[in-house]
Design a protein around this ligand. Structure first.
Ligand SMILES: [Zn+2]
Length: 177
């Protein structure tokens, strides 16, 4: 502290005490987070740069299979010596608390819709089976529920024949009258 130009590097392995993320995807309690940290003394405070490595666990939003996602993020933030609205973080005592910084960076890097693989075909809409287990199954045409009411209006072949007969009968009556 207060020695501009000095620099320290540290490798840290931290066990996550409280998980990051949400139920679908996140770094779970007890997970390991590896940090390669560089601390540089500046006039205003301590500049912290770090590479963060960890594993997020969750489930595929399409097929609900478990997903294990390596997370690599870089962070850089100045921890100011004095409380100043220009800086979000301050040196407290002679410490910098990296936890909120790491948490925010990791959470921001999590995908909104994690998938087990980019082309995951998901679940069969009728049977609920994982389509990846049945690569030969032909994808069925799934009717958008908003249009499904119209499916009931589709004419069957019989209807068409019936109406053709009715039309013919009507034409017949017209001819006779
Ligand atoms: Zn999947």
């Amino acid at each position: 502290m207060h020695r501009p130009g000095e620099m320290r590097e540290r490798a840290l392995d931290v066990t996550v005490a409280e998980g990051y993320g949400n139920a679908v995807i996140g770094v779970r309690e007890g997970a390991q987070v590896h940090l390669d940290v560089r601390l540089e003394s500046l006039h205003d405070g301590i500049l912290v740069s770090a590479d963060v490595d960890t594993i997020a666990l969750g489930e595929c939003v399409r097929c609900l299979d478990d997903v294990s996602l390596p997370i690599e993020v870089e962070i850089q933030e100045l921890f100011a010596y004095s409380v100043d609205e220009a800086f979000d973080y301050t040196v407290v005592g002679d410490h910098v608390d990296l936890e909120p910084l790491v948490r925010d960076a990791v959470v921001m890097s999590l995908p909104f819709q994690p998938v087990c693989r980019p082309d995951c075909p998901g679940l069969d809409p009728e049977t609920g089976e994982r389509l990846a287990d049945f690569p030969d199954r032909k994808p069925r045409e799934v009717i958008d529920p908003r249009w499904s009411a119209l499916a009931g209006l589709q004419l069957t072949e019989q209807d068409v024949e019936g109406s053709a007969v009715a039309d013919a009968a009507a034409a017949d009556r017209e001819k006779r009258s």
